[in-house]
Design a protein around this ligand. Structure first.
Ligand code: ATR
Length: 271
């Protein structure tokens, strides 16, 4: 019976066991997916032992997403570029394969919920420059966005991303975040602002084009103050839960041999 799981610390909050457990039941697959709390100092040892204990792979969450790159035998180009992995495959030959599916999940969520979204219709505007933002940058550039504007409270993190990802990025000062929205056709919040228990993301949306597609990586709550504001200005919005669901698809398929579907039932299963 194939085993998979999610390694993190803490890991109790992760929705992944609910999601993969739902798919395993739905497709009648004999397998298990478990939360695995792992301390950073035990990460290398745990990764050596899991394949011998019947694990075919794991998802990786905070704080291990960067550290696993150095412990993997094969790292995909996109995981290397993003500087983090969220999906490990323990191959039959003993090698550990590390990938990052967050960018795939981000784009798949937009394509599913806004089928006529055109990445190259105009500039994209990204708020945030943390780990999650890096995956969004990689996937938006891959999708053909011609100009990617980025702003972050700590400006040097946006400048670092521009230095790594190149000429299509334009760095805006945090104080200029409102101006960054002018003409943008894709707008993304990749900060943790708006999450339950945190402050709202407060950016003046007066320059926001009502034709823009606006999305948030935060999914607790599903409707963040930022999305509510954008929707009231006529924008099409996509919440962040679908990214979580779609990023899980490639791992599930590799581990359990069935490509799972993401739909409203899947959403209900993790809420
Ligand atoms: P993740 O991997 O989830 O992206 P992260 O690397 O800690 O986590 O990044 C969190 C993001 O939210 C960053 O863009 C962070 O801005 P800083 O780089 O300036 O820290 C942003 N963020 C978190 N709290 C914030 C706040 N109170 N005001 C503005 N930005 C905030």
């Amino acid at each position: 019976i194939p085993l998979a799981g999610v390694i993190g610390m803490p890991v109790a909050h992760s929705r992944s066991p609910q999601l993969h457990g739902y798919w395993l039941r739905q497709y009648g697959i004999r397998g298990h997916y478990v939360p695995l709390p792992v301390m950073p100092e035990h990460l290398a040892e745990v990764l050596r032992i899991l394949p011998r204990a019947g694990f075919v792979g794991v998802n990786v969450t905070i704080p291990h997403k960067e550290a696993v790159l150095a412990l993997a035998d094969v790292v995909t180009d996109r995981a290397a570029l993003i500087g983090a992995a969220n999906t490990l495959i323990f191959r039959a030959d003993g090698k550990i394969h590390a990938d990052n599916t967050d960018g795939y999940g981000f784009i798949a969520n937009l394509r599913q919920n806004a089928p006529d979204w055109q990445p190259d219709a105009g500039p994209a505007a990204l708020i945030g420059a943390g780990g999650a933002a890096r995956a969004v940058v990689a996937s938006l550039l891959d999708s053909g966005v011609k100009e990617l504007r980025i702003t972050n409270r700590t400006r040097i993190r946006s400048e670092q991303i521009k230095a790594e990802f190149g000429a299509r990025l334009v760095v805006y000062d945090w104080a200029q975040a409102g101006n960054m929205l002018d003409n943008a056709t894709t707008v993304v919040n990749a900060t943790s602002l708006g999450m339950q228990g945190k402050q709202a993301l407060r950016i003046p949306l007066d320059a926001l084009n009502p034709d823009a597609l606006v999305t948030d990586l935060v999914y607790t709550p599903l409707m963040t103050p930022f999305l509510t504001d954008a929707q009231s200005r006529g924008c099409r919005i996509v919440d962040g839960l679908g990214m979580l669901l779609h990023q899980a698809v490639p791992g599930f398929e590799r581990w359990f041999g069935t490509r799972p579907e993401v739909n409203d039932d899947t959403r209900r299963a993790v809420l």
